[in-house]
Design a protein around this ligand. Sequence first.
Ligand code: NAP
Length: 244
Amino acid sequence: MSDTKTALITGANKGLGYQIAAGLGVRGYRIAVGARDEARGEAAVKTLHAAGVDAFTVPLDVTSDRSVTEAAELISHQGGRLDVLVNNAGISGPTGPGWAQDPTTLDLDVVRAVVDTNVYGVIRVTNAMLPLLRRSPAPRIVNVSSSVGSLAWQTDPTIEVGPIMAAYSPTKSYLNAVTVHYARQLAGTSILINAACPGLVATDFTGGLGRPAEEAAATPIRLATLPDDGPTGTFSNDDGTIPW
Ligand code: NAP
């Protein structure tokens, strides 16, 4: 088995996921580019190769049991173990003016779709990859969350929390809670699992509003490369731990 560490990033064909992939790639990780559209994944791999990064495409739709199972099989054949999993793929669901999602008029099908990707997708991928992660001496799992998932901040009248996004924001609270329970279950193993808040990032997700994705990748990359005595079950941004 090779000494090169392998990192799978879901939704790595663009946006924040791509920059996390690129950042881990320049740190010497072999990058498994998770992409639900194989052609978009191949295009990202080509760009990573041009930047000198060792990368391969992993067709991966986080909402599909079959796709996730096949992705785990592909990574298994590509080296037999996984050292880092970054659960980055996410969707907001349709928004109204100013990105608002009004809880009083929410379409439950929208809620189901956003939960399916942002929460069930993370559980589906994590559990499929755990056997491969357990083969690593120092497995790291990063769940890309958001400040909008912080119930403490959402209920703090002194903090500007942005529009009400009643489908999207609760999925990140749910994801945070799931992260805590994985950390509890995996306590005492070498697996560290933490939630990252990247801040507002200029991607297609925000219509280009926010800071560069390259800069926002710093916290996910820090959590993906934690030392063995690093934390688990935390929620943090570039400034450190933030409230749940
Ligand atoms: P983005 O540019 O829209 O990229 C989202 C990525 O997720 C794309 O690669 C997309 O693939 C992929 N994806 C969506 N559904 C998927 C599925 N079912 N299976 C596999 N991949 C799927 O958004 P982003 O800003 O980079 O967001 C990345 C993560 O950061 C998300 O979890 C988001 O909630 C979180 N976040 C973003 C911000 C922000 O300000 N941008 C702030 C806080 C947290 P396609 O290209 O095929 O659509």
